[in-house]
Design a protein around this ligand. Structure first.
Ligand code: ATR
Length: 283
């Protein structure tokens, strides 16, 4: 019987994951199937249980089920625990193991594909929802000089900083800047953004609505990269960044890199990502 994997989401019809994993399987000479499954909004756990009952060996989880997958897992990786969300499940007879490869996917795209050095850099992370939460620790592990988390609702950014087990700072936390591992970690509102950044990551859902968070002109340092976790279309954030002279990247590389990390976990083989990113860019 062919080893079976799936991605669960709602909606899921336009997921690129089946194409990505089929490409990884072909490239590494592995025989497996990978399908997209629509889970009912109130039936995620049942959909996963049914797939497991059919012999499924693992699954990816996407919007809006990552928090439910975190609850469903019997055991969690440290990075899934830190993210409070799971995007990769591994099924065995004994348990469901939950991992989160989104953060490492972003970092691998930034460092491996886009050639960025994160150590000593100033990073601005926009947003404090699930997408932002998954990437905070992997970014901190690279030793940036500063990570400023700015959100429309600043209290959520402060909570995210607290969750990273580091002292929160900025006017909303009422404390001075915290520093751990040499990184200055701060939280605030968009209005608190000041100075220049080497990397600005848009992890808000604003792009989905065609909105641009209120960002000040001049926030990109010379040679800065603007990264939008969304992919597939030019976003108001990237258009703004381009106008400000920044180098721009969308989240397609992160999508492929998080998939590669999941594939490695399931299959023990590390696929090459560059060719798959190029294939998806070609349409
Ligand atoms: P996800 O899990 O995809 O990150 P989420 O938890 O709903 O989704 O979080 C969405 C993020 O986008 C939040 O940071 C949200 O800001 P709030 O915490 O203030 O709600 C942000 N966001 C959504 N729409 C936005 C907009 N139009 N402008 C700026 N930020 C926006």
């Amino acid at each position: 019987m062919t080893d079976r994997y799936a991605v669960f989401g709602n909606p899921i019809a336009h997921s690129k994951s089946p194409r990505i994993h089929a490409a990884f399987a072909a490239q590494t000479g592995q025989t497996l199937s990978y399908e997209a499954r629509l889970a009912p909004l109130d039936g995620f756990a049942e959909a996963v249980a049914a797939f497991r009952g059919e012999g499924g060996l693992g699954a990816n989880v996407t919007v809006p089920f990552k928090e439910q997958a975190y609850v469903l897992a019997d055991r969690l990786s440290a990075r899934a625990e830190a993210a409070g969300a799971v995007n990769t499940l591994v099924f065995s007879a004994a348990e469901v193991f939950g991992d989160n490869t989104d953060g490492v996917g972003l970092v691998n795209d930034l460092v491996g594909n886009l050639g960025l050095e994160l150590a000593g850099k100033r990073i601005l992370l926009l947003g404090a929802g699930g997408a932002a939460r998954g990437v905070v620790l992997p970014l901190l592990e690279r030793g940036p000089a500063e990570l400023f988390i700015a959100n429309r609702t600043p209290e959520k950014a402060v909570a995210l900083v607290a969750r990273a087990s580091l002292p929160a700072s900025g006017k909303h936390a009422g404390k001075d800047a915290g520093a751990t591992g040499g990184t200055r970690l701060r939280a605030g509102s968009f209005a608190d953004i000041a100075g220049q950044y080497d990397l600005v990551i848009n992890a808000t859902a604003a792009s989905l609505a065609g909105d641009l968070p209120p960002l000040p002109a001049g926030l990109f340092a010379a040679g800065a990269l603007a990264y939008d976790m969304m992919y597939g279309k030019d976003t108001p954030f990237l258009a703004f960044a381009r106008g400000e002279g920044a180098r721009c990247a969308d989240g397609l590389g992160m999508l492929v890199e998080q998939a590669a990390a999941a594939f490695s976990l399931w299959r023990g083989a590390r696929p090459e990502t560059a060719a798959v990113i190029a294939m998806l860019r070609a349409g």
